[in-house]
Structures are given as structure tokens and as C-alpha cells.
Design a protein around this ligand. Structure first.
Ligand code: IMP
Ligand code: MG
Length: 188
């Protein structure tokens, strides 16, 4: 974090700086380019709202090949910090002609694994040419279902993090870095 950006007072400490985020996004973009080498195959990034928005916006601009964008809104969380185990799709893909398409689901973070495992299952049933997943962050210690993303930016410890799209009760999404939220904010 450059000295001009100060850590939000509700954050206990900085976990991923703006520079580290940039380097991670760049590395993921290169891996994605290597996995989809044919520019004539249609690649669609499926951005999971709302948390993945800043990540997807940065990632897509680092991928040097044609791609298209779609959005889905999926939630497994209420207002707290624990997964409910079920997912609810409140915004779906705006197309169903998926036969020729490589879908790449872009997610901010994997925690229990329910969201991405259920969502990839659902998309696989729609007969896309391929379905892969890319997450910026992964908390492997919290996994409740067996799920491994195809592309993973950084594995992080079992802490509740905010910033760069990630929220707590819809707050902190606009922080340009990722910080560990002070437990006093969600425990009382
Ligand atoms: P999963 O279904 O348990 O893997 O949950 C994934 C979703 O939980 C993510 O898309 C986030 O919206 C949310 N989530 C999990 N951990 C965190 C966190 O540390 N901060 C903010 N949101 C989180
Ligand atoms: Mg999310």
C-alpha cells in the first residue's frame, strides 16, 4: 500500500496490497491466456456480482484475447459471515446458446466452496463447451465441500477480509486493497 493510502480504521491489518493485487491479477491473466490459446473460440467471463466486479474489471483488461462478459448474481450468504450451504441465483445468464462457448466463472473468494461448486454444476448442465472457475482469493481452511478452482490468485488464512469488492454488510467494497476486518465489527 503506498504511504498515501491509509488503512481503514475498521481493518485490523493489511492482507493484500494494491501492488500485490496487480501482480496477482497479471499472473492470472497470463495463465488464462495459456489455457484459452485459440482466439476463434468464444470465451465468456461470467462475473459473479457484486464482489467480483473490481477483480473482473481489472482481470479482463489484462487478458489479451477476445472475450465477452456476462453477469450472474448468486448468494450463499445472509448478512453475516457464515455460508448457509444453499445458493440462490437472483440474476442469470442472458443467453442459453452455450454449445460453442468456454465459460470462465470469475469469483472474488472461495470460503466453504458451496457457491462455486453448486454454480459450476448448474452451468455444466447447460452444455457449454467448457466451464472453469477463477477466484482471486481462496480460504482452503474453511472448505466444507470438495472443490478446487482452475485458477486461484492467492490462498489466505481463515480471516474475514474486506476491500477490492469484498464486503461486510455491503460496506468496504471500495477499499483499493484487501484488509482483515477487525472482529469487533462483527462480534458484539
Ligand atoms: P462460499 O460459498 O462459502 O465459498 O462463499 C463464497 C462467498 O462468500 C463469496 O463470494 C463472498 O461473497 C463471501 N465471502 C466468503 N468469505 C468472505 C470474506 O472473508 N469476506 C467477504 N466475503 C466473503
Ligand atoms: Mg460473493
Amino acid at each position: 500500500m503506498p504511504s498515501t493510502t491509509s488503512l481503514h480504521p475498521d481493518c485490523e491489518r493489511l492482507l493484500v496490497s494494491e501492488d500485490e493485487i496487480r501482480a496477482t491479477v497479471d499472473r492470472l491473466a497470463r495463465a488464462i491466456e495459456d489455457t484459452y490459446p485459440d482466439p476463434d473460440r468464444r470465451l465468456v467471463l461470467v462475473v459473479i456480482l457484486k464482489g467480483s466486479m473490481p477483480f473482473a474489471a481489472d482481470l479482463m483488461r489484462q487478458i489479451r484475447r477476445p472475450l465477452e462478459l456476462e453477469f450472474m448474481k448468486v448468494s450463499s450468504y445472509g448478512a453475516g459471515t457464515k455460508s448457509s450451504g444453499e445458493i440462490k441465483v437472483s440474476l442469470d445468464l442472458s443467453r442459453d446458446d452455450l454449445d460453442d462457448i468456454d465459460l470462465l466463472v470469475v469469483e472474488d473468494i472461495i470460503d466453504s466452496g458451496y457457491t462455486l461448486s453448486r454454480l459450476s454444476q448448474l452451468l455444466r448442465h447447460r452444455n457449454a463447451h467448457s466451464v472453469r472457475t477463477c477466484t482471486l482469493l481462496d480460504k482452503p481452511a474453511r472448505r466444507e465441500v470438495d472443490f478446487t478452482p482452475d485458477f486461484c490468485g492467492l490462498c489466505i488464512p481463515d480471516e474475514f477480509v474486506v476491500g477490492y469488492g469484498l464486503d461486510y454488510n455491503e460496506q468496504y467494497r471500495n477499499l483499493p486493497y484487501i484488509g482483515i476486518l477487525a472482529p469487533r465489527i462483527y462480534t458484539n
